[in-house]
Write a protein that binds this ligand. Structure first.
Ligand SMILES: [Zn+2]
Length: 241
């Protein structure tokens, strides 16, 4: 597993989150690290998170508004320029419209690398995650084709994708104390989703600290790098899988 990464030196990144909080959970520390290093970092949140409650007395419009404010605060902590695309949490989503939205986004932001959730997790049942992961992956391929008119804007090639919540990590992205602290503060902004001493967040951080011991850092986030040329009928040269 790699811990020294050429993608860390790139100048522009697009992070795509199916819901408010996914990027913070999956790779918030890496986002903070890149922003601190001076990279241009964009965060696009696809859905409005309106289903994010188990309380039947709280209305979806209210939840969406709260989560939008939480997401704005979290993006500020991490140093990302935020776009909320406002699609309905839980769908229904039309795959091709989602893909073209992603093509337009990539052509507008023109990033070197795109971060998105891994759509190939075998037991991920949430279609927002599977569809956003896949639509963004295909958009990385199509955004560079000048005659592809499904998304507005001039063609743009990215170097590749970094999948967070990966089925199999190829990279451990090391975090220092400050990036870990920013990740923690960004997650704390999502007050409607996580309690003050949330056990899930504690277990997640313990796992990142464990990865850190392998990566020679206090913590590390697991990622799967897929270069653009490894997304379609790949060249067997250098492919692990
Ligand atoms: Zn999510």
């Amino acid at each position: 597993m790699r811990t020294l990464h050429e993608w860390r030196d790139a100048g522009s990144f697009l992070f795509v989150s199916p819901h408010p909080d996914d990027v913070e959970l999956g790779c918030g520390g890496t986002l903070a690290t890149l922003a601190r290093a001076g990279a241009e970092v964009h965060l696009a949140v696809v859905t409005d998170g309106r289903l994010g409650t188990r309380d039947p007395l709280r209305m979806p419009d209210e939840i969406a508004l709260i989560r939008s404010k939480e997401q704005q605060a979290a993006a500020k902590e991490l140093g990302a320029k935020l776009r909320m695309l406002g699609l309905p949490d839980g769908g229904p989503h039309d795959y091709y419209r989602l893909r073209d939205r992603a093509v337009a986004l990539i052509r507008d932001v023109r990033p070197d690398y795109v971060f998105v959730c891994d759509p190939y997790l075998p037991y991920e049942v949430h279609s927002d995650h599977r569809m956003v992961g896949l639509a963004v992956s295909e958009a990385v391929l199509l955004a560079g084709l000048p005659h592809y008119a499904g998304g507005s804007g001039a063609a743009h090639d990215t170097e590749g994708i970094l999948y967070y919540f990966p089925r199999r990590a190829t990279e451990l992205s090391p975090l220092d104390e400050e990036s870990l602290a920013r990740r923690r503060r960004a997650l704390a902004c999502h007050r409607s989703q996580f309690g003050r001493d949330d056990q899930y967040l504690e277990r997640l951080e313990a796992q990142l600290r464990h990865y850190g011991s392998t990566a020679g850092a206090i913590a590390a986030e697991p990622l799967h790098l897929r270069r653009r040329t490894e997304l379609h009928i790949p060249d067997p040269e250098g492919m692990e899988e």
